[in-house]
Design a protein around this ligand. Structure first.
Ligand code: UFG
Length: 343
């Protein structure tokens, strides 16, 4: 079994990807510093797989610690790099924390990969690199724009670093996946998103509101130029997104990939916030308490993906509907309620 190092493998997208890697016949090795996840995600992975996955508790900015992992885990075939901070608002308040962690960890990882001649990388990028796009849906050719947060800028800078590395003639081949809005949880409800404190993202806020942890959802603005006035996003089930990483690793290991390639990973369909709320209500039978509030500064009015490239070149396809994703998010919320106290 080919070993794949998964940084941030105990996190939200990472944990789902670890499960899919095992199911596809790979041997994932997790690196995580548990700064934004909990030990129980490892237990959830083990419960799904019926066995534990190796995890090294180190910080990815620590090149010496990374080196030790590469020494210990001989024969790493490729790396999937999830480890990063991701809170847009926090990044505005603490930019250095974001540049240090998100950019620093990539540079340290690439240096160690070069030292150990590990030359396949899947990088977690984001549709945030497109800013407010002039045309929809966005393709990989849609121009990258100035980021509107330090978080977004770290993704843009990391893409630039990887492009420079590819141009330099390095042996490292990279596939950067530009995620749209990942939602939902594993159908077993044993792993899912573990937001710390008040969630920033829509779906955990919805599920916590329906569960009575939050009083009501505020929909940020209903005066956008969309069918119902609320923002449009491309909500992709996290298991479908996880599978995109497996096919990206397959492509890298098959030797078919160029030095650097970018792929949008979404569903290809845009839904408004109100449509997302209605899908949640239909899927779960729960009535959501919500109100309309002012716009959230920095929000992109509408964005959704053209996924033709990922479909044709990676063989990527989504299998879950928005309702199914919402139902899985709700099942996960119920699992959390039953197994722990949330505040
Ligand atoms: N929303 C609400 N109320 C909430 C939370 C969100 O109405 O309480 C709305 C937002 O205004 C937006 C939509 O729900 O229209 C989705 O918001 P999220 O915060 O879930 O996701 P974003 O699209 O804002 O952010 C995502 C990722 C970021 C990334 C960004 C790039 O979470 O990491 O896409 O566009 F930077």
């Amino acid at each position: 079994m080919k070993k794949i190092l998964v940084t941030g493998g105990a996190g939200y997208i990472g944990s789902h990807t670890v499960v899919e890697l095992v199911e596809a016949g790979y041997e994932p090795i997790i690196i995580d510093n548990f700064s934004n996840t909990e030990e129980r995600s490892l237990q959830g992975i083990a419960d799904i797989l019926g066995r534990e996955v190796i995890c090294h508790r180190i910080d990815c900015t620590d090149a010496a610690a990374l080196r030790q992992v590469f020494e210990q885990e001989t024969g790493i075939a490729g790396v999937i790099h999830f480890a990063a901070y991701k809170a847009v608002g926090e990044s505005v308040a603490e930019p250095l924390k974001y540049y240090h962690n998100n950019v620093g960890s990539l540079v340290a990882l690439l240096q160690v990969m070069e030292e150990f001649k590990v030359d396949k990388l899947v990088f977690s990028s984001s549709c945030t690199v497109y800013g407010i796009p002039a045309e929809l849906p966005v393709t990989e050719q849609t121009p990258v724009q100035k980021a509107n947060s330090p978080y977004g800028n770290t993704k843009k800078i990391c893409e630039e670093i990887l492009t420079d590395l590819a141009t330099s003639g390095s042996d490292i081949h990279t596939i950067a996946l530009r995620y749209f809005n990942p939602i939902g949880a594993h159908p077993s409800a044993k792993i899912g998103e573990l937001p710390l404190g008040v969630p920033n993202n829509l779906v955990p806020f919805i599920t916590q509101t329906a569960a009575g942890i939050r009083q009501e959802l505020t929909i940020f603005g209903d005066d956008y130029d969309t069918q119902d006035g609320t923002c449009i996003r491309d909500y992709v089930h996290v298991v479908d997104l996880a599978k995109a990483h497996v096919v990206a690793i397959d492509r890298l290991l098959s030797g078919k990939a160029d030095n650097i390639e970018f792929f949008n990973v979404g569903t290809g369909t845009g839904n408004t916030v109100l449509e997302a709320v209605q899908a949640f209500e239909r899927a779960t039978g729960e009535k959501l308490n919500y109100k309309i509030g002012p716009r959230r500064p920095g929000d992109v009015p509408k964005i959704y993906a053209d996924v033709t490239k990922a479909t044709e070149e990676l063989g990527f396809k989504t299998t879950s509907t928005l309702e199914e994703a919402m139902k899985s998010a709700w099942d996960w919320q119920m699992h959390l309620q039953n197994t722990s106290e949330q505040v």
